[in-house]
Ligand binder design. Structure first.
Ligand code: FES
Length: 156
């Protein structure tokens, strides 16, 4: 009778140890599968497009400066055509602000000032604000390419 009870205890202990071992193997297998999946899946960084449509030229009156906040670009319509001027200050990269009362673009942090076409007037900025390539799409919208800096005017 004592021997049968001892056998039952041994079998219970063996079953418990088998279950612990199976659980540990399952966790290790799951971890290996996750690491393998991460290794095999591509590490891709999705960045926003550098080209964007600014809309119809008719939206921009002659002698106007329009700030496109989501693109950090000024669309400037001068008498000779369109310019796409970067709103990022060439000093330390702060975002400039259009000041219509002064007819200037100003940097709020260190005081650089620029003309509506981005030429430097004052302050620590080392260079003018860059111009981006601006063209027309086949259906007549303004198209800005922020990867291409140019001294460029789009005559419409
Ligand atoms: S970041 Fe514009 S003047 Fe310093």
């Amino acid at each position: 009778m004592a021997e049968t009870q001892e056998q039952t205890v041994d079998e219970g202990r063996r079953d418990f140890l088998n279950e612990v071992a199976a659980g540990a193997l399952a966790i290790a297998g799951l971890g290996a599968a996750v690491v393998t999946w991460q290794y095999l899946s591509p590490n891709v960084l999705f960045e926003p497009s550098t080209t964007f449509r600014a809309g119809s030229p008719d939206l921009f009156p002659v002698n106007s400066v329009t700030y496109l906040q989501d693109q950090q670009v000024y669309i400037v319509r001068a008498t000779d055509g369109f310019y796409a001027v970067s709103a990022v200050c060439t000093h330390l990269g702060c975002i400039t602000q259009w000041k219509p009362e002064a007819n200037q673009i100003g940097c709020p942090f260190h005081g650089s000032k620029f003309t509506t076409l981005g030429n430097k007037l004052d302050g620590p900025a080392p260079r003018p604000l860059p111009h981006f390539l601006i063209t027309l799409t086949p259906d007549g919208d303004l198209l800005v390419d922020k990867l291409q800096t140019v001294k460029h005017v789009l005559r419409v």
